[in-house]
Design a protein around this ligand. Structure first.
Ligand SMILES: Cc1cc2nc3c(=O)[nH]c(=O)nc-3n(C[C@H](O)[C@H](O)[C@H](O)COP(=O)(O)OP(=O)(O)OC[C@H]3O[C@@H](n4cnc5c(N)ncnc54)[C@H](O)[C@@H]3O)c2cc1C
Length: 409
């Protein structure tokens, strides 16, 4: 039986266009982008440049409507785009833009026409980079417990408070932020979302020295910060989704963040690692060992199962199918398989997997970084425990009412 999937003529033609475009448009000097450890300012700027070039094609956010700077691509073209971009060694966006990835679909559902016109084109065209600011010292898993306040004063909201474990290196233009707009109202009826320009007076960003410092990879880990807001005046029209309606808005944001919108592409490091194991050094290759080969096969299967869960979710979301537990199922799977894959890499590569050194570390230190990210990636976008809690609620375990998936259109 032949399981090979072949492109149609139209798909083959689009693949050729993308491949050709990538060859011409990946900026000179941009390093191969598996999670490459320390991202210098120069490398970050090259990735932003690639982002703008992709944005001009509508390929940075390929499923977003054209009128907001997206590509409106049919789903099979999106698959090909991600496929080819993955082959070139990076994903889209080619830099950390978690706030853009979460806020754009959320604004599409909850924003007014003015919000869509104002915020979506710069995100989709790669003109701005956006962080997402949810977590606070006392509100991580319990997001509804946030305490940062936004008090209406004339035409502004005055924001005070603190967010933690957020952002990345090299700053952001905007932060997509959940705040309390009515401290006296009940939980879930007291919050709203602000798109906050990060150059406003009163904002300070203090980097955190975490296990993931030194990486800004696709896992969403990397450099993290504490962000302080001291009497920051944000124009009232930057509040999206209605005052005190923020929990409903959060259901969309969290659905996307928990994996409900799906995702494309393999972890780029998998193919690179397998290639590394095939390379001969002094006549020997890691794949000569039977036990290493077996672990490599397991590792590959793990990664493919995760990839298929992600694609299934993508299909569900973009064809308007009913959804319930699938987002968290994929997210849980991705987190656990990331940890498992990092352990298998350590088994196979031995001490090399833990060395951060230009000369000896394989794959430009990406394996060493993946060891750390395997652990820290268990937390962001809801921990493994919380993914299990969400799945339980959505299949009707432990509560009389079955929880619905977040609104995505
Ligand atoms: C690398 C990294 C990147 C991050 N990026 C961002 C970002 O960009 N933006 C942002 O806003 N935040 C970000 N975070 C924060 C992240 O969202 C929180 O760490 C996460 O939500 C958990 O919150 P917490 O750390 O306060 O832990 P807590 O919520 O205090 O949880 C502590 C432990 O208790 C468990 N637990 C809590 N509640 C329950 C429950 N009901 N049932 C069972 N177990 C439970 C948790 O699973 C965890 O093991 C990031 C975190 C990390 C580590």
């Amino acid at each position: 039986m032949d399981f090979a999937i072949e492109d149609s003529d139209d798909q083959r033609a689009f693949r050729a266009v993308v491949r050709d475009w990538l060859e011409k448009n990946i900026p000179d000097g941009m390093e191969h982008t598996i999670d490459t450890g320390d991202l210098t300012l120069e490398q970050y700027q090259l990735r932003r440049e690639l982002g703008r070039r992709l944005g001009a094609q509508g390929w940075l956010y390929p499923t977003m409507p054209k009128k907001y700077g997206g590509g409106d691509l049919p789903i099979e073209h999106v698959v090909i785009l991600h496929d080819e971009i993955g082959r070139a060694g990076f994903s889209i966006p080619p830099y950390y833009d978690a706030g853009g990835r979460m806020s754009a679909p959320t604004i599409l559902v909850w924003g007014s026409e003015e919000h869509k016109d104002r915020f979506l084109p710069p995100i989709c065209k790669g003109e701005v980079r956006t962080w997402q600011l949810l977590t606070e010292p006392g509100a991580g898993s319990d997001l509804a417990g946030v305490k940062t306040t936004a008090k209406r004063d004339g035409d502004d909201y005055v924001v005070n408070g603190q967010k933690v474990f957020v952002g990345s290196s090299h700053g952001a233009d905007y932060s997509w932020t959940i705040v309390v707009t009515d401290p006296d109202a009940k939980r879930h009826e007291n919050v709203s979302w602000l798109m906050i320009p990060m150059d406003l007076p009163g904002i300070s960003v203090v980097p955190l020295d975490l296990l993931t410092a030194g990486g800004e990879g696709g896992s969403g880990s990397g450099v993290k910060n504490t962000v302080f807001f001291d009497d920051v005046r944000v124009p009232a029209e930057y509040l999206v989704g209605g005052e005190n309606n923020g929990w409903k808005v959060a259901t969309t944001h969290l659905e996307v963040e928990h994996g409900g919108a799906g995702r494309f592409g393999d972890r780029a490091i998998i193919a690179e690692f397998i290639e590394f194991c095939r390379e001969r050094h002094d006549g020997h290759a890691i794949v000569d060992s039977e036990s290493a080969r077996e672990k490599l096969v397991d590792l590959y299967i793990e990664s493919q199962i995760t990839r298929l869960f992600a694609m299934r979710n993508y299909w569900l979301a973009h064809t308007g199918q009913p959804r319930s537990y699938e987002g968290s199922q994929y997210s849980l799977r991705r987190k656990l398989s990331g940890l498992d894959i990092s352990e298998k890499m350590l088994d196979i590569a031995g001490p090399y997997a833990l060395i951060k050194d230009e000369k000896w570390a394989p794959l430009n230190n990406a394996i060493e970084l993946f060891q750390r990210e395997g652990i820290t990636a268990l937390h962001p976008g809801a921990t493994t425990d919380i993914q299990r809690v969400v799945m339980a609620r959505r299949i009707g375990i432990g509560r009389s009412e079955v929880e619905k998936a977040g609104k995505m259109r």
